[in-house]
Design a protein around this ligand. Sequence first.
Ligand SMILES: Nc1nc2c(ncn2[C@@H]2O[C@H](COP(=O)(O)OP(=O)(O)OP(=O)(O)O)[C@@H](O)[C@H]2O)c(=O)[nH]1
Ligand SMILES: [Mg+2]
Length: 207
Amino acid sequence: MKKCLIIGKPHVGKTLFFILFSKYLGLKELLVEQNLLNGDRIHKLYTFEEAIKSLCASKPFKTQYLQSIDLNLPLLKGNMKLQLVDGTGLTEGIHGDVSIRRGMVQTLAALYECDIILHMIDINSYAAEPNDTMNGFGCTDIQLTQYGLSHQAYVILANKIDLLDSRTKLAQLQLDYPQHTIIPISTLSGQGFNEIKAYCRFKSKYV
Ligand SMILES: Nc1nc2c(ncn2[C@@H]2O[C@H](COP(=O)(O)OP(=O)(O)OP(=O)(O)O)[C@@H](O)[C@H]2O)c(=O)[nH]1
Ligand SMILES: [Mg+2]
């Protein structure tokens, strides 16, 4: 089974995507495997509403350990199994909370063993102009784009485009990273999910 990791800063929308993309791929309920930091693996069954309520938040650092869902990606002849993995948001510097630090280490370990990397950003915090000091794209995102250069299946998901008032930030991101595939998405509305499915389907065959 191929592993597909959703990675990025805290609060960019990783877990909501983890839930709603699974729904889009046809799941009726969510069987989530949670890899706790003490090494235990537990399984929880959620409806989509319960999952959104329990696993997403209006504050950063809601997700503090790896969680995964097994998905079937439809192919021309049959299905391909894909494990979608969500983890702790990554930040610059050393976080004061030890369990968040350990969650980040667990997520970074998953980065080195996954087949497909979905690097999610909030496009609203991207700078509209080069060298803008307000650029929310810090070291973490830059390092992920650099790591992505040597990875066979790496894509940037520019999330929350429903909140954008113009395409300037997206155009600037595309100008800054011409070597990467960038998919503009809104996890809330499902915009871009088709393209992500096509990307994962195509890459699953080769990674
Ligand atoms: N408007 C809008 N809000 C979104 C979108 N995707 C996620 N959100 C909101 O962003 C907030 C954070 O979402 P989460 O899925 O919890 O983010 P996360 O990246 O998993 O956060 P951590 O687990 O804390 O790292 C929630 O309030 C979501 O409803 C989107 O496409 N559009
Ligand atoms: Mg989360």
